[in-house]
Design a protein around this ligand. Sequence first.
Ligand code: SAM
Ligand code: SF4
Length: 554
Amino acid sequence: MADFHSELKPLPAPSERGDGCKVYIETYGCQMNVYDTQAIGGLLERDGFVSARDFFEADVVLLNTCSVRELAEHKIISRVGEIRRQRRNADLPAVTIGICGCMAERLGPELRKGANRVDLVVGVDSYDKLPGMLLELETRNGTRRHRVATGHRSDAHYVAPPESYPVNNSHLVTIHKGCDYKCTYCIVPYTRGPQSEKSPDDIMAEIRMLVDAGGEEVTLLGQNVTAYNWRGGLDFAALLEQVATIEGLRRIRFLTGHPRDMHPHTMDAIGALEKVCPWLHLPIQAGSNRILKRMKRLYKREEYLQMVRYARRVIPDVTFSTDIIVGFPGETEEDFQATLEVIREVKYDQIFSFKYSERPGVPAAKLADDVPLEVKKRRLAEVIALQEEIWSGMARELVGKTFRGIVEGPARHQDGFWRVRTANNRKFVVDGSDHAPWILRGIIFLVLLVGLVYFFVANAGQVVDINFFGKQFLEVSIYWVVVVCFAIGFAASFLLAAMREFRFRRTISGLKKTLAAKDREIHDLRTMPLRKDEPGRGKSGDDKPLEGKAEGGA
Ligand code: SAM
Ligand code: SF4
């Protein structure tokens, strides 16, 4: 049987005319990966590669991957087989497939073995090598050279081009990469390497660039943005203060904050800076101090709760979301109840909950994964049910209140409706069909009509003198005066309505264009498993957003 790899045809050359080698990128996991995908797209486009709409029309398919849970990795391996199968069924030639991101970093050359082996493996700090690697695949006596590029570099900071930024109206900007904590369950410090900051100057320049391109909102991204520290001199609170000075920028969000680094002065800054959105995503992971210690989370439940109380005092309208892992090694029923207690006490808007998944090589892998799968599933279901109950109570309290928000795009399931997000990250669906002004105009029209008829009947036969500077200008029947006034009023009201309608449609068509561009450039946001409906925040490594997704959302 023919080996798929030997069937590969040479890649078309990149071209400045836009008809060169077509690349399709599929993104899995967190917002960091979404940003990286945009950066990869930018690097490839700069070198004459073109983005493909789907893997059918692509010459190269790249999967930007996540390693946080085992299932995420299995899904990627089967996705490679599925892409090849679907292309074969469509009578298309074999395609070059590459794996980028955390899986590439973790598994490296392993991904070049087995039935679903890939042609290219590119880790998180090697994206700048990607265009060259693709070009080189052609050379050397016509033999394809399968390539692997991994390993960490502290200088590998990428900048995505501004036109491909918006995700739910927000422009992603990574402020640092990697992580220096070693939570015992987590693979990220190994796949993403040590924490390394983008310089404040580079961050400011990147945000100014996207504001110049029309952006109004940024989401500052990192595994632990609250741990941002530029050469010991500028911390996260100071960075927020700097970013808030950028003219034209209206909203600043950030993901993810580590509770240990959410200092009172950082919360003071968030509360004081009008542009910084009052929404804190602070993963607690577990409510029992015993488990937090085994996870090496470096805070206690009491400290976390104290931080939440402080934030509520100093940040007006603040809302919270969190991540929770159930079934960590050694988690007893009592430990789990402690997690439910925290959920009851904090009242999160949203919870992303996951069954513990053992990752090779991390410290927790030395502990027995002793919570049976059935128990993990039951605990996950309990977290979801409790969160749903809490959120529906919170949502009921919001009924009848008025909120200010930004329209982010058409609602997914209701025609004529729009998705709106408030500063504190609550999402609403509103009727965008603009009925009210027409009803109001109808009422005004009726009142005018009744007044007009009454006026005619009451003043029949009268004549009006119109004088300018003491001279008679016109002598007309009262009928004409009324008709002309009425016509002017009606024309003005119509003009106003038309302008309003035009503005509304322009906003909406602008939004549609943004969404269409986003679809083209990020390739496949619909299949990308973001963690929030978006608020696609999907901040941290995440393969399967619906797994145990317990969220509140209006
Ligand atoms: N830096 C963030 C923090 O400190 O909380 C989290 C980043 S992590 C990539 C995203 C989320 O994935 C974590 O908050 C955790 O809930 C979940 N996660 C990480 N490792 C996991 C594992 N081995 N099993 C299950 N969930 C895991
Ligand atoms: Fe770092 Fe967050 Fe992973 Fe802990 S959970 S090691 S803080 S990325």
